[in-house]
Design a protein around this ligand. Structure first.
Ligand code: UD1
Ligand code: MG
Length: 459
């Protein structure tokens, strides 16, 4: 269910499209449903339907629209025609993103294709939630172990019902054919004038269908997002769990409260991650890698023992970035898509590398740009030097041989190549190839004017 408005988010964006760990709330739910091997995933949209339907994808996903939104039961009525009669329907909320596949598996198994299974939990403060009513068949109240006989919404509940702490999470698994029959009989004569999906519980009991309840591993799994504060709370819970799993595997995280993973992080042994690192997409860190404070790293493979110093930004986008073993990167370095750095490469402060290969031992330590370049082994690329790779219309390559020394403040106008062992004098602007093994200088000769006098102010 993803039709609701999410008024308390105070946002133009549909609530279920707000991001948690870099993925929309609804995408989390849809991916969990996919992980269960669902036959089909039907998403009920309403508010912002066009935007939501554009943003979400999964195999076998289809959308039905609910306009206007007349309650959770009404939402399910819209979905009913899309569901096969044989089989089990699992109801999930698009704004409850952290439910685990294993919890849902247990819920589906409890349904067993014939019972109505509810995911319930006891909360110290159950305010606002539907309360789970239990009683034995003789009508005597038997909370402990008593059978589930209904759900009453908070707004419809009596004072004694409001004292019940077992609440309905909003997730249920039901035999589809029976569910369709109950949905057809829902009424809206209640405190909110809505069609409540929760009324199917009493109908199941009346039909002699057993109603069972299972519980999630933790409260986090059933928490919904209604406000920016709740979104931030769930984000931190999610990140804490990711950090704990990595630490469990031996990764040393300086402060798990200042760690963010928005994708997948694969770590070797003896990895150290300082504070405020943000990992996105897929990132691999080899054995002994050190990540300094305040680094953002996306879609990259970092080799064994490489050190990424603080404030480095690495973004592989779709091409990826690779950093060789023992490389030293940063502080304040920027590696862009297609940067392929060999072993022991050094990239220092304010150096940008894009779509370029640097062979083993090459160094660019200060204030430089390498774009569309192939750089040989042990090259020393001076401070302030750049590849002028763009002529205003097309990109061109720069090829730098092994053991080349490029002085400071050079402009290499591509296409151009510098032969093995060439030395380029500082301040040169080159637009022709430089031969191997020789000094090439392209700048005005230094002159000193004898007897020159500084102008004086006229009186
Ligand atoms: C619902 C349950 C309540 C449960 C609680 C758990 C009902 C009647 N009540 O209450 O027992 O404790 O969830 O959070 O089901 N939605 C639609 N279309 C609608 C109405 C809602 O798609 O017409 C979606 C919302 O976007 C949301 C979900 O269904 O994702 C739940 O709706 P919400 O209004 O939050 O239900 P509650 O009143 O909280
Ligand atoms: Mg709600």
């Amino acid at each position: 269910m993803a039709a609701g408005k999410g008024t308390r988010m105070k946002s133009a964006r549909p609530k279920v499209l707000h991001l948690l760990a870099g993925r929309s709330l609804l995408q989390h739910v849809v991916q969990t449903a996919s992980a269960l091997g669902a036959d089909r995933i039907v998403t009920i949209t309403g508010h912002g339907a066009d935007e939501v339907e554009q943003a979400i994808s999964a195999p076998g996903l289809q959308f039905v629209r609910q306009m206007p939104q007349l309650g959770t039961g009404h939402a399910m009525q819209q979905a009913a025609p899309a569901l096969h009669d044989e089989g089990t329907t699992l109801v999930l909320y698009g704004d409850v993103p952290l439910v685990e596949a294993s919890t849902l598996q247990t819920l589906v198994e409890a349904c067993g294709g014939s019972k109505l299974a509810l995911l319930t939990i006891s909360l110290p403060d159950p305010t606002g939630y539907g309360r789970v009513l239990r009683g034995d068949p003789a009508g005597r109240d038997a909370r402990e172990g008593g059978r589930v006989c209904g759900i009453v919404e908070h707004k419809d509940a009596s004072a004694s019902q409001r004292a019940i702490t077992e609440v309905y999470s909003g997730m249920m698994a039901a035999p589809t054919a029976a569910l369709k029959g109950w949905l057809a009989r829902l009424r809206n004569d209640n405190a909110q004038g809505e069609y409540y999906l929760t009324d199917v519980v009493a109908m199941a009991v009346a039909d002699g269908v057993p109603v069972v309840a299972t519980q999630p591993g933790s409260e986090t799994e059933v928490l919904g997002v209604n406000s920016p504060a709740q979104l931030a709370d769930l984000e931190r819970r999610y990140q804490r769990a990711r950090a704990e799993a990595l630490m469990e595997a031996g990764v040393r995280i300086a402060d798990p409260a200042r760690f963010d993973l928005r994708g997948e992080l694969v770590c070797g042994s003896d990895v150290d991650i300082d504070i405020n690192a943000v990992f996105e997409g897929r990132v691999e860190l080899g054995d002994g890698v050190r990540i300094g404070a305040n680094c953002c790293i996306r879609n990259a493979v970092i080799g064994d023992r490489a050190v990424i110093h603080p404030y480095t930004h690495i973004d592989g986008e779709s091409l990826g970035v690779t950093v060789g073993a023992g490389a030293l990167i940063g502080p304040f370095a920027r590696l862009r898509p297609g940067a392929r750095l060999g072993d022991d490469v050094h990239i220092g402060n304010f150096v940008e590398v894009k779509n370029s290969t640097l062979a083993r031992g090459a160094k660019a330590n200060h204030l430089a740009y390498l774009g569309d370049a192939t750089v040989g082994e042990r090259v020393n690329y001076g401070a302030g030097s750049i590849t002028a790779n763009y002529d205003g219309a097309n990109k061109h390559r720069t090829v730098i041989g092994n053991d080349v020394h490029v002085g400071s403040n050079c402009v290499l106008v591509a296409p151009i190549s510098l032969g093995d062992g060439a030395t380029i004098g500082g301040g040169s602007t080159l637009n022709k190839n430089a031969p191997a093994g020789q000094l090439t200088v392209a700048r005005a000769k230094q002159v000193t004017i004898p007897g020159w006098v500084r102008p004086m102010k006229k009186k």
